[in-house]
Design a protein around this ligand. Structure first.
Ligand code: NAD
Length: 255
């Protein structure tokens, strides 16, 4: 990845940060987009930089086309290209925590918020990445879906449908852009330990984690960040894999 440009949304925390560190270790130019103010993300940005080159940070709400278009204009004018993109920013079922709500309990606002960030945000970022990658006739995009987008979990509100949309978007974008040598794939993690999202989820409760490991996850353990990082790096470099959904879920999708 020496000197290549990688854009990572939600790259100052959790899964995004772990992937950003791996890219920095591989000498990529890392560009992070996130909703947080720079002051809040600065510690993470400095930590990522300590592994490689200087990191660029842009505050951006991925669900706003105005924000996304403005930020991508700045990225292209600074770097001139985008080699890899990891569209990973996302929120839980009620926008903050992994709180259980059935479809009939959901408010219109909760539905809209989750769909806007998790699904529309992926489309918007891809729109601007693909326009640049088409000019380059090269590029590799990985989007973060979830096992929840493949197997619906009752009580997860709009989260499952939003992530099902992310899987569909990867397939559609892969088909529409294959002639430009652009690969588009997605990852479907199961519960991964140690991120902001998972700290707020029911699986952070030791009793629930025990139930998950004993009865739900065939490999009987929670996922860890390094397993997600390895999958993203594999998909980034794939030359003959596109439109794929890669499960990092201990086998949950086959149960
Ligand atoms: P996280 O909360 O650490 O990361 C989410 C990131 O998205 C944060 O940096 C946040 O600032 C950013 N973000 C939120 N809304 C945004 C917006 N409107 N615009 C720009 N950035 C925004 O949690 P994580 O677990 O690392 O989540 C990363 C992705 O992984 C999410 O898409 C999540 O749905 C998915 N995922 C996580 C798990 C898990 O168990 N942790 C499992 C499956 C899928």
């Amino acid at each position: 990845m020496n000197g290549k440009v990688v854009v990572i949304t939600g790259g100052s925390t959790g899964i995004g940060k772990a992937v950003a560190i791996e890219c920095a270790k591989n000498q990529a130019n890392v560009v992070i987009l996130s909703i947080e103010d720079y002051e809040k993300a600065e510690g993470a940005v400095r930590e990522i930089e300590s592994y490689g080159r200087t990191v660029s940070y842009y505050k951006c709400d991925v669900s706003s086309e105005e924000n996304v278009s403005e930020v991508f204009t700045k990225i292209i004018s600074k770097y001139g290209r985008i080699d890899y993109a990891f569209n990973n920013a996302g929120i839980g079922p009620d926008g903050v925590r992994m709180q259980y709500k059935s479809l009939i309990e959901l408010s219109e606002g909760e539905w809209d918020k989750v769909l806007e960030v998790n699904m529309k945000g992926i489309w918007l970022c891809m729109k601007y990445e693909l326009m640049q990658m088409r000019k380059q006739k090269d590029g590799s995009i990985v989007n973060t879906a979830s096992i929840g987008g493949y197997k619906m979990a009752p009580g997860f509100g709009a989260y499952g449908p939003s992530k099902a949309g992310v899987i569909a978007l990867a397939e559609l974008a892969a088909l529409e852009n294959s002639e430009y040598n652009i690969k588009v794939n997605c990852i479907c993690p199961g519960p991964i330990k140690g991120t902001e999202l998972s700290k707020n989820s029911s699986s952070a409760n030791p009793d629930e984690e025990k139930i998950l490991c004993e009865h739900v996850i065939p490999l009987k353990k929670m996922g860890v960040l390094s397993e997600v990082v390895n999958s993203v790096m594999f998909l980034f470099e794939s030359t003959h894999t596109t439109g794929q959904k890669l499960f990092i879920d201990g086998g949950m999708h086959i149960k």
